[in-house]
Design a binder for this molecule. Structure first.
Ligand code: ADP
Length: 445
């Protein structure tokens, strides 16, 4: 069993992982940049190590500094959280090379799913429905035009190594292909150091639905149902819920089992998420994330399982603590991402938090690293807290969400709280009538 874990992350997710470690009796090592010396994750950990200056490249992405910190403190495993190095196959490989356990799948699995073209090919080969598009990467504007003409417009040009909703451009007609292609290539080269792109049919009004899977080293593979993450801005999720209002229990069970069985055939071990677009009662695979997701708590709230604890136990070589038959879904959960951003312009907002008041009461969970007087530095992702609410059904969940949002006070910086208040009162959100374009429509009006 793992005894000490170094958490290679910051913010609410570092705190979330720390809590799982404490529940399992595992010691913790926090790492931090110079500006995070007083951060909550540092205060709560058993030990902490400063790994460099504020810029992520010099601290939270600094592989030698992180591995040295693990070796010096005698940690036996590293948890990467999400973002930063969590999907960096080279990091996973180097962690193992140093005799440490990487809490995640093997490096080759990360590399395979990190290449979205390869991931789609693999899923199609094992029989999962994928969004139609190019067979592989598209290497010239001429080829992109030929394919787009065949597929019909609109088409989406996407970065093979993309993530975080970046590196994708829509071409609504033949005239727009060249610009969309060149822009996607350029953006992908800058953001991901890999300018390969591919083409996909642009679905007009889909929902984003993803399945959570868990696999141990003994071939046990289960799913924990789906999450509906359709409420997005610029292809980035802001509100997630479980279960989705559009899938029936029979469909969930059949499809979830099929996915779990297929992925375990690939030799995958760990937790993972398969993302799909849902249109005309069908799901089409778009990508797989080989790490913990930001929105994992909604699944925890409706199943009662702690996904981070399960992830650590799998990495320790333990068997999954549940069978598929034991998994029961209860009630409804919604997560609101509380980003330090302006609710209208979405511009990030750094500064010192004052008058912090966290909501509570029945059904309310807050995953955050905020405290009164803490500083939100300008260098990192703007997600600073997650408000997660559970109710016996969606109606009760929404009522509790409105109550919690009203109680939540974060002064000193802008946050998305007022946007979430607007969304939780919106008639289309309340009745579950939305797709991935819902927020764009709100902001156009
Ligand atoms: P990333 O890895 O950058 O998050 P994804 O492939 O997961 O990229 O897509 C992010 C979001 O972009 C999806 O949730 C969806 O809203 C939108 N999207 C992606 N592919 C398509 C598509 N083929 N048609 C329409 N929307 C898409």
């Amino acid at each position: 069993m793992i005894k000490k874990i170094l958490i290679a992350n910051r913010g609410e997710i570092a705190v979330r992982i720390l809590r799982a470690c404490r529940d399992l009796g595992i010691s913790t090592v926090a790492v931090h940049s110079t500006v995070d010396a007083d951060a909550m994750h540092v205060r709560l950990a058993d030990e902490s190590v400063c790994i460099g200056p504020a810029q992520p490249r010099e601290s939270y992405l600094n592989i030698p500094a992180i591995i040295s910190a693990a070796c010096v403190t005698g940690a036996d495993a590293i948890h990467p959280g999400f973002g930063f190095l969590s999907e960096n196959a080279m990091f996973a490989h180097m962690v193992e090379e140093h005799g440490l356990i990487f809490i995640g799948p093997k490096a080759d699995q990360i590399a395979m799913m990190g290449d979205k073209v390869m991931a789609k090919k693999t899923m199609a080969r094992i029989g999962l429905p994928v969004v139609s598009g190019s067979e592989g990467t598209v290497t010239s504007v001429e080829k992109a035009l030929r394919l787009a003409d065949e597929m019909g417009y609109p088409v989406l040009i996407k970065a093979a190594g993309g993530g975080g909703g970046r590196g994708m451009n829509v071409a609504k007609s033949r005239q727009e292909v060249a610009l969309a292609y060149e822009t996607a290539r350029r953006e992908a080269g800058i953001a991901f150091g890999n300018d390969s792109v591919y083409l996909e049919k642009y679905l007009k009004n889909p929902r984003h639905i993803e399945f959570q899977i868990l696999m141990d080293q003994f071939g046990n593979a289960i799913h924990l149902g789906e999450r509906d993450c359709s409420l997005q801005r610029r292809n980035q999720k802001v509100w997630e819920e479980a279960p989705s209002t559009v899938l029936s229990p029979a469909f969930r069970d059949d499809f979830g089992r099929k996915i779990a069985a297929s992925i375990s055939q690939l030799g995958y071990v760990g937790v993972g998420t398969l993302e799909f677009l849902y249109e005309n009662d069908q799901l089409f695979f778009i990508e797989m994330n080989t790490r913990l997701q930001v929105e994992h708590p909604v699944t925890e709230m409706i199943t009662g399982y702690d996904i981070v604890c399960e992830q650590i136990l799998i990495a320790s070589g333990e068997k999954l603590s549940m069978t598929q038959e034991e998994v029961k879904f209860s009630g409804h959960a919604i997560e609101c991402r509380i980003n330090a951003e302006n609710s209208e312009t979405f511009l990030p907002s750094a500064g010192m938090v004052s008058n912090y008041h966290c909501p509570g009461g029945p059904g309310v969970r807050v995953d955050s690293a905020l405290y009164d007087g803490c500083k939100i530095p300008p260098y990192y992702d703007s997600l600073v807290a997650k408000l997660i609410v559970h109710g016996r059904d969606r109606t009760q969940c929404l009522a509790r969400l409105r109550r919690a949002l009203k109680e939540y006070v974060i002064d000193g910086v802008d946050t998305l709280i007022s946007l979430h208040q607007k969304m939780s009162d919106d008639q289309d959100v309340v009745s579950g009538r939305f797709d991935i374009h819902f927020l764009e429509k709100i902001f156009e009006n």
